[in-house]
Design a protein around this ligand. Sequence first.
Ligand SMILES: NC(=O)c1ccc[n+]([C@@H]2O[C@H](COP(=O)([O-])OP(=O)(O)OC[C@H]3O[C@@H](n4cnc5c(N)ncnc54)[C@H](OP(=O)(O)O)[C@@H]3O)[C@@H](O)[C@H]2O)c1
Length: 281
Amino acid sequence: MILVTAATGTIGRPLVARLSARGVPVRALTRTPATASFPDGVQVCGTAEPDLHQVDALVLNLAGVGGDPSALLDAARAAGVRRIVTVSSLVVTEDGEETGEGSTAALHRELEAAVEAAAPEWTHLRPGGFAANALQWVPQLAAGDVVRGPHALARTSPVHEADLAAVAVRALLGDELLGRTPRLTGPQVLTTAEQVAILGRVLGRPLRHEEISPEAALRGMLAANPWIPEQALASMLRYLGSTVGGDVPATDEVRRILGRPARTFAEWAADHADAFRPAGA
Ligand SMILES: NC(=O)c1ccc[n+]([C@@H]2O[C@H](COP(=O)([O-])OP(=O)(O)OC[C@H]3O[C@@H](n4cnc5c(N)ncnc54)[C@H](OP(=O)(O)O)[C@@H]3O)[C@@H](O)[C@H]2O)c1
């Protein structure tokens, strides 16, 4: 049995679907077990009382444990869970001033260390920025053609959640990723403004990015991610700012692990175009 935390989330949904389609027993953890819907055969369990009975492996996502993995890791250790696949972050590999105490990098480093102390087998997935972060633009784009956000020229290599879910399946079901820390990105380095333009081309709309101050952006990020400490979000924003004109990796790990190229941001936009279209259009 595989337990998936944040099962209704960005990676959780496609991961549960993939495992379930392969006939792997899955238990999905959510705060709303009574109403969340999953494929037939998936067991559903509330975050308040995670059921680790017969769980061999779990996928640990900080969002799905409200930012604090300690209770679930204690329970996993007590239940003898053998394998943990961590949703960590590419920022743990960075060094520099935005990686100290309280930073997003430190948060994920602590998570990785806690996982290693809790289970004999582990893989830490270290994704870069999710392509799906663009879904935060949906409300703005319902109102017009402008995306307002911080750092128009911040550079990331947006990664498609379907690729992350496919790599997570490998880490759960095979042994080749044990003890490894793959750095998972999309195939191209893009500025935020370039992502907006690509999305516009896919949607057939003249979208543009308008920069707002990091302070204004921080307020929005805090409202959207109440479980992430303000200090960590602020460090993430400063890190994004530091990528402007900087050297940002687009790794080859997705292709190496899956044997095919990572999906592009344009593919992501095409896969999610309906989310940006008014209902009924
Ligand atoms: N976003 C990025 O660019 C990025 C990049 C690198 C790494 N990461 C890592 O990926 C993680 C998840 O990213 P994400 O923002 O896309 O989130 P996500 O995986 O989509 O997870 C959101 C899910 O977490 C659950 N959740 C939310 N608040 C919760 C709470 N207080 N207690 C318990 N469950 C809660 C919700 O499920 P229910 O409503 O069903 O309970 C929600 O569906 C981050 O924490 C980070 O560690 C993200």
